[in-house]
Design a protein around this ligand. Structure first.
Ligand SMILES: CC(C)(COP(=O)(O)OP(=O)(O)OC[C@H]1O[C@@H](n2cnc3c(N)ncnc32)[C@H](O)[C@@H]1OP(=O)(O)O)[C@@H](O)C(=O)NCCC(=O)NCCS
Length: 238
């Protein structure tokens, strides 16, 4: 796996998406105290040892190129992660992958997940374009209305009902977003045409990005602590 991908981090408006690290363990344990997380996710994090194991899985995923998880930090708040977005790419080169996400209970209801998913989507289609990535799937259980709203707000169109599959007791929804697709159902800011230029080097003015509907995502591959500071993104916790 290239260093660029192993260390990929980028910003979208006030959000910084960067690799998880050991300093995040308390935030992880706290986020998973919420019963909704235990209900909706397969991971179980009850203590620091679980969090360590979870971190190891994310690190190994990056090493193998099969999973790219990003801690979502709201730089308007503090350095603590308020969410997670992940690209699950179990068969690199297959043309499709899956996105997953959660937002800590304390940060829900502010459009954070859709904004982070939008950013992840732009990054994924850019980073794996040469690899042939053309489709991203987003799956959720039918009764997870909040997740369904995230899908719609991030431009993932409903595709089909999935039959129940253990450990999930209910049917699911599959939503899909294709590469080079605009963001259906989401207005472009000020009626401007959709701009999907994902620039690896330039961080644009975040004030131009509406919180819920950023159609341009500023992608910065932060290869090192120094690069990160020079890009004006604040202190990188790695
Ligand atoms: C689904 C989830 C990621 C949404 O994250 P978010 O950052 O709150 O996203 P949004 O602010 O866009 O809210 C999405 C929907 O959540 C609901 N919501 C709003 N405020 C909420 C709150 N304080 N608490 C819970 N849900 C809320 C609303 O239905 C909202 O849709 P709307 O904007 O059309 O009203 C979050 O609820 C979560 O982490 N849930 C547990 C894990 C999970 O279900 N992950 C997805 C697995 S498929």
């Amino acid at each position: 796996m290239s260093d660029d991908l192993r260390e990929a981090a980028f910003s979208a408006g006030p959000l910084l998406l960067r690799p998880w690290c050991r300093d995040d363990i308390p935030a992880l344990v706290e986020a998973y105290r919420d019963p909704t997380m235990l209900d909706r996710l397969r991971d179980l994090i009850t203590d620091e040892a679980d969090a360590e194991r979870w971190l190891r899985v994310q690190t190994e995923g990056r090493e193998s190129g099969t999973r790219f998880s990003f801690a979502v930090v709201d730089t308007d708040l503090d350095g603590r992660p308020v969410g997670n977005v992940a690209l699950k790419y179990p068969a690199p080169g297959s043309g499709s992958a899956e996105v997953g996400y959660w937002t800590a209970a304390r940060a829900r209801g502010r459009g954070l997940a859709p904004q982070a998913v939008e950013a992840l989507t732009g990054w994924a289609f850019t980073a794996f374009a040469d690899d042939g990535l053309r489709r991203l799937d987003l799956l959720h259980q039918v009764d997870n209305h909040a997740s369904c709203r995230v899908a719609v707000k991030s431009g993932y169109a409903f595709a089909e009902i999935l039959p129940t599959r253990p450990p999930w007791p209910l049917d699911g929804h599959r939503h899909v977003r294709e590469a080079d697709e605009g963001c259906p159902g989401r207005p472009s800011a000020g009626g401007r045409p959709v701009d999907r230029s994902f620039d690896r080097t330039v961080v644009q003015d975040p004030l131009e990005q509406p919180v819920i509907a950023p159609l341009t995502v500023d992608v910065q591959i932060a290869r090192s602590h120094t690069d990160h500071l020079e890009a004006g993104l604040g202190e990188h916790p790695l």
